[in-house]
Design a protein around this ligand. Structure first.
Ligand code: AR6
Length: 276
């Protein structure tokens, strides 16, 4: 369903301990007895009862996950997972990292939890390169959500600008694959101006605008009007991408959040630039 999936994902900059969700995920170590980074922040914010419960769990293997209560956190539960230590990328690190996300989501689902916030697992003390980890995180979560309707929302909590931009770009790039946005089969009929092609472009515009709304926390009050205008002017899927990328840049540069209306003169400027 175009656009639906991406509305279940948010990218925010902030502190994982402050997230108001059913469960936050802890980037823990195999002992589950606390540490620095996210782990330290979670134990400090949750209070000493968390350590008491963790002592009963018998540790956790890399790539797996265990659940505890959230104690003094706004989140009701904490899902502790152990990411891989980066050893150059040839030691199964990618698959183990993907497993952390899958196992955490499966555990949330089995406890009927609907909203879950993730930090960038393994990218701090464990040294996993952030750009590579981001793509794995986003792809694994999109994969999971596309197969399971049970989780309502996943929040990626980014520590700093760089992480935010990487997550934002990864969602923009990968989500269309899960929204029926693959390039159409070249053997399929693609006559310019055919009704099928027009519908297809409209769907692409709608999906791209949803992605922009989701990653920036924006609601475009004139979205359907924009869908109409953009798909009337765009010649093909490439021009849709260029136009929506320009809208995305305009929103990012102007720091827009919440309800917004893309001004008509701004849209005209973008459409003229793409046409020329
Ligand atoms: N909220 C969100 N993200 C954060 C926060 C926060 N409060 N603090 C740091 N980050 P790390 P790891 C980011 O080291 O690499 C612990 O000692 C940070 O910028 O917490 O999986 C455990 O006990 C980084 O991008 O986790 C383990 O021994 C990301 O969170 C070991 O570290 C993860 O950094 C686990 O290492």
């Amino acid at each position: 369903m175009p656009g639906r999936l991406v509305r279940r994902i948010s990218v925010v900059e902030g502190d994982i301990t402050e997230q108001n969700v059913d469960a936050i995920v802890n980037a823990a170590n195999r002992t589950l007895l606390g540490g620095g980074g996210v782990d330290g922040a979670i134990h400090r914010a949750a209070g000493p009862e968390l350590l008491d419960e963790c002592r009963t769990l018998g540790g956790c293997d890399t790539g797996e996950a265990k659940i505890t209560r959230g104690y003094r956190l706004p989140a009701r539960f904490i899902i502790h997972t152990v990411g891989p230590v980066w050893r150059g990328g040839q030691h199964g690190e990618d698959e183990l990292l993907a497993s952390c996300y899958r196992e955490a989501l499966a555990l949330a689902e089995s406890h009927d939890l609907k909203t879950i916030a993730f930090p960038a697992i393994s990218t701090g003390a464990y040294g996993f390169p952030l750009p590579r980890a981001t793509v794995i995180a986003v792809r694994t979560v999109l994969d999971y959500l596309s197969r399971s309707p049970e989780i309502d929302r996943v929040v990626f909590v980014c520590h700093g600008d760089r992480a935010f931009n990487l997550y934002h770009d990864a969602v923009m790039e990968l989500a269309p694959e899960y929204a029926g946005e693959e390039p159409p089969d070249s053997s399929a009929s693609e006559e310019p101006g055919s009704a099928d092609q027009a519908d297809d472009l409209k769907e692409q515009v709608r999906a791209q605008l949803h992605i922009i709304e989701s990653v920036h926390g924006v609601r475009m009050v004139n979205r359907e009007k924009l869908v109409g205008e953009i798909s009337r002017h765009a010649r093909d899927r490439r021009s849709v991408s260029l136009i929506t990328a320009a809208i995305n840049t305009w929103i990012a540069v102007n720091g827009i959040t919440g309800e917004t209306e893309i001004p008509g003169d701004e849209l005209d400027r973008i459409l003229t630039r793409i046409r020329d």
